[in-house]
Ligand binder design. Structure first.
Ligand SMILES: Cc1cc2nc3c(=O)[nH]c(=O)nc-3n(C[C@H](O)[C@H](O)[C@H](O)COP(=O)(O)O)c2cc1C
Length: 225
């Protein structure tokens, strides 16, 4: 690498991690297994808002179950697992923050989303902020928030914001066809999501130097307690 390229790479790395908001990347995980789900509708809205804020936002959807259920061969560097996980690992590792969108299914987080959290180690989600958005077509949504906060972070070390969003009666809001939206709740959710994403952006800026510091990973304490 020439001296100029080296400096250019250093500058890009600095800008990406600086508090200027440049080149920030956020991955949105849509946790529904269903095709054409409400979770994915919300994910697209979040992507639009983040893009308008100058953030590179990509959606990874669990529709159709793209990730196999965890099995033990993942620990033996099974090439089949590597092939599936490598591109996603690169995308997650390059992300500064996450939005985790979960529907409430039988009062729970969908199994595919819980499986997602089993797959990652110190390089992908660790010490990065994440906003939870729970989705219900009725009045649910609190259970999956509680479940994610209690049991999805221990070994992958994702950091949930204290702020979260619960979108109830989700079919009445954030629709492209405005005539199908309930005007009052639609306006409320659009404003609240925008505000919460602004908080996520600030946490992403604040936690970048934390990850750059020494001592965060310790082989002796590979897993959380
Ligand atoms: C298997 C299944 C179980 C569900 N259980 C609940 C539930 O316990 N509470 C609730 O509020 N909604 C429940 N719903 C309805 C979801 O809130 C609704 O499907 C909503 O659109 C969010 O899911 P989606 O992202 O898959 O569309 C359930 C839906 C499915 C498919």
């Amino acid at each position: 690498m020439s001296g100029f390229s080296f400096l250019a790479v250093l500058l890009l790395k600095y800008l990406a991690k600086s508090d200027l908001g440049l080149f920030m990347q956020i991955t949105i995980i849509s946790g529904s297994h269903r095709h054409h789900s409400e979770s994915e509708k919300v994910a697209k809205h979040v992507q639009t808002v983040l893009t308008a804020r100058g953030i590179h936002a990509e959606i990874f959807s669990l529709a159709g179950n793209p990730l196999p259920l965890w099995d033990e061969s993942i620990w033996d560097n099974n090439p089949a697992w590597n092939q599936i996980l490598a591109p996603l690992s690169v995308q997650l590792a390059a992300s500064d923050a996450f939005v985790i969108i979960t529907p409430e299914w039988h009062g729970q987080v969908p199994a595919g989303l819980k499986n997602f959290f089993l797959l990652w180690g110190q390089n992908e989600l660790a010490h990065k902020p994440a906003l939870i958005i729970a989705v219900s077509s009725s009045t649910g949504g609190a259970y999956p928030v509680a479940e994610l906060r209690m049991s999805s972070y221990k070994n992958n070390r994702i950091c949930y914001l204290p702020e979260h969003i619960i979108i109830r009666q989700v079919t009445n809001v954030l629709n492209e066809d405005a005539s199908t939206n309930d005007p009052t709740t639609d306006t409320y959710y659009r404003k609240r999501i925008d505000w919460a994403l602004g908080i996520l952006e600030r946490y992403a800026q604040a936690l970048a130097p934390v990850r750059a510091a020494d001592g965060l990973f310790n082989e002796e304490f590979r897993n959380g307690m």
